[in-house]
Write a new protein. Structure first.
Length: 336
């Protein structure tokens, strides 16, 4: 499976005209980097001497980062708390020249904190992760407000990504109403789902769970290519979607396209898997933007898979760029 350089170049040119809206659970990712020289006398745990730190967007915010890295104008709808972390998340969203205040709508909730995931890193290894969160579904009133804002702004977008981390923003009823609205407007809509909402995405254009999530939703393990194929077909049928993708870790990804009943298994291009954090965000971001730009399901999957192969070789929820992607594609021989 290959893609012509001409089609890829044309797709890149089209990206400048594309706007994509990300809807989902906004998270702050904090990284504390340090060194371990001894074990604590209080408990058999390492003492990490922190010498550097970094705070960045995670969850649905990482999808925004991935799209902005490809110079795609991006909108964001989500929820934050009325706290300093929420202010920080909003500031980070505005840092990119490809997002602006008019394209960002964030519910500010007094009852919950902005979600923060703190990862402690020593010697390039994650020692532990500390989560600060309170998971509550948004209220019916807030759901109505989200839909009202979406109805006013949806026409400026060519694609929508639902980034579901099961933190309460994307309720099953909101998911369905967003998909129905996108369908009426003939807007491509993709979802990175949670098992608890797995079959709430009826009418979605494409869904991109990993093989663990898909297997759990179906109640069986998915190991062989044939098992993946049957799962893709079954989920696609139950959701009434155009296509279905299952990501498979170090085995790459598999996609099924309903219109021609074809399966494609695309092996990973990663030379070394260093950190899988955020790889799913890269897959759904690149797949959606290239599909919206006019490429086929398989062509978009090839590029999404190549992008994921780049980010898993980096530490943390990282992104890739146009230059990095084209370099990777040339190295692995995807161009015809």
């Amino acid at each position: 499976m290959k893609i012509s350089f001409e089609k890829y170049s044309n797709a890149l040119k089209n990206l400048d005209k594309i706007k994509i809206l990300v809807i989902g659970d906004l998270i702050l990712d904090e990284y504390l980097f340090g060194e371990v020289h001894r074990i604590s006398p209080e408990a058999p745990v390492p003492i990490v001497l922190v010498n550097n730190s970094n705070t960045t967007l995670g969850g649905a915010g990482n999808v925004v980062k991935n799209l902005s890295a490809f110079q795609v104008h991006t909108g964001m709808m989500g929820r934050i708390g009325e706290d300093e972390k929420g202010k920080k998340a909003f500031e980070l969203l505005l840092k990119s020249e490809y997002t602006d205040e008019s394209s960002i709508f964030l519910l500010r909730d007094k009852t919950i904190p902005t979600i923060l995931k703190t990862r402690i890193i020593a010697a390039h290894q994650q020692v532990c992760r500390v989560d600060h969160e309170k998971i509550e579904n948004i209220s019916n009133e807030d759901e109505t407000l989200v839909l009202k804002v979406l109805q006013k702004t949806i026409d400026k977008y060519q694609g929508i990504i639902l980034s579901d981390y099961d933190k309460g923003f994307l309720t099953p009823s909101l998911i369905q109403k967003i998909i129905e609205l996108a369908s009426k407007k003939n807007i491509f809509i993709s979802a990175d789902p949670q098992v608890s909402h797995f079959f709430a995405y009826r009418g979605i254009s494409v869904m991109t769970p990993n093989h663990h999530e898909a297997g759990k939703a179906l109640g069986r393990k998915l190991i062989s290519e044939r098992e993946i194929e049957l799962a893709n077909e079954e989920i696609c049928e139950r959701l009434g979607s155009e296509s279905m993708m299952i990501t498979r870790g170090d085995k790459g990804l598999s996609i099924f396209t309903k219109k021609d009943s074809k399966h494609a298994h695309i092996p990973t291009v990663a030379k070394e898997v260093f950190d899988v954090t955020g790889a799913g965000d890269t897959v759904i971001s690149l797949y959606t933007l290239f599909k919206v730009s006019g490429l086929s399901e398989v062509e978009s999957s090839l590029l999404a898979n190549a992008g994921a192969g780049i980010v898993v070789e980096k530490l943390g929820a990282e992104t890739t760029s146009r230059d990095e992607l084209i370099k990777s594609i040339k190295q692995v021989g995807i161009f015809e």
